[in-house]
Write a protein that binds this ligand. Structure first.
Ligand code: ATP
Ligand code: MG
Length: 266
């Protein structure tokens, strides 16, 4: 793997948001197409096999590039087999249920790739930092999430979780673009600047979430996200390698010689 999954206690300040992972931009630009093709052709087999599913969870601060990363990794993939769900502030109906209710409904079916743009992790991140519920409610959620993900894994869902790790300075640059560039104005949200003031609190919440919930069946990857090309390539490669490990197969045609003869003679 281009990046190892998180293990043990995570200290985000020690992980470089600007890392190049030993890659150079020109080579990556050429190899990206190959990675995208691998994802696309393996997705086709996964879909045809119709036995297992892949779930990719994306988390990151505002403007860390969750949308762009998803778009790039699945650029060549048949949209029919990829289901993207963006989790926003929960509705009144969603809040009337447990926090995993809306999540479970969006888990990919056999044969599908599911993408979560934000996820159940918001319930131990924004919910914690903004004091939406007390610690006595959010703290037990790590164990609840681990049990939930274990259930999915035991039922044929392979889970990958990506934290897009950007620096506070890079976020500033990206948020300012939402003000200055007309085609990005629609993304502007004054609330993002409010959340930015609590950067350290968010990093602490992310460190706890990554440390508590990176498991063998649902590993976290910290993706350096300041350089778009490193970020997108690293994610595409991890997805491609994971699908290769799953090794989905096209189902074989099962026809007896007699049936075959009958069909061919028609
Ligand atoms: P970008 O990264 O491009 O800014 P986004 O994912 O922030 O995109 P928005 O529509 O701007 O998309 O915001 C969604 C908001 O919903 C986020 O601020 C997120 O924290 C919030 N949210 C998601 N799940 C929950 C939850 N369970 N409780 C409270 N807030 C939530
Ligand atoms: Mg936002």
């Amino acid at each position: 793997m281009i990046i190892s999954p998180c293990q043990g206690r995570i200290d985000l300040s020690k992980l470089d948001t600007n890392a190049k992972l030993g890659l150079d931009k020109d080579t990556v630009e050429k190899q990206m197409l190959d990675a995208q093709q691998r994802v696309a052709s393996l997705q086709h087999k996964l879909w045809a096999e119709n036995k297992r599913a892949l779930l990719c969870v994306f988390q990151g601060m505002d403007a860390s590039g969750k949308d762009g990363t998803v778009r790039d990794a699945f650029f060549l993939t048949n949209p029919d087999g990829v289901k993207v769900t963006s989790f926003k502030v929960p509705s009144a109906e969603e809040l009337d249920h447990d926090f995993l209710w809306r999540i479970h409904k969006a888990v990919p079916a056999r044969g599908e790739i599911g993408v979560f743009n934000r996820s159940h992790y918001e319930d131990v991140l924004v919910v914690r930092v903004e004091n939406i519920v007390p610690e006595s409610v959010w703290r037990p959620r790590y164990a609840q999430i681990n049990a939930f993900e274990q259930l999915l894994a035991a039922n044929g869902v392979t889970i990958l979780k990506f934290f897009l790790h950007m620096s506070r300075d890079e976020q500033r640059k990206q948020l300012l673009e939402r003000i200055h560039e007309p085609d990005k104005n629609w993304k502007f949200n004054a609330d993002d600047f409010e959340k930015r003031k609590k950067w350290d609190d968010y990093m602490r919440a992310y460190e706890d979430a990554l440390s508590e919930t990176s498991t063998e069946h649902a590993p976290w990857f910290v993706i350096p996200a300041d350089r778009r090309w490193v970020r997108n390539y690293a994610v595409a490669m991890i997805i491609a390698e994971t699908l290769e490990r799953l090794d989905p197969e096209y189902p074989r045609l099962k026809l007896s010689e007699l049936e075959m003869e009958r069909l061919l003679s028609q």
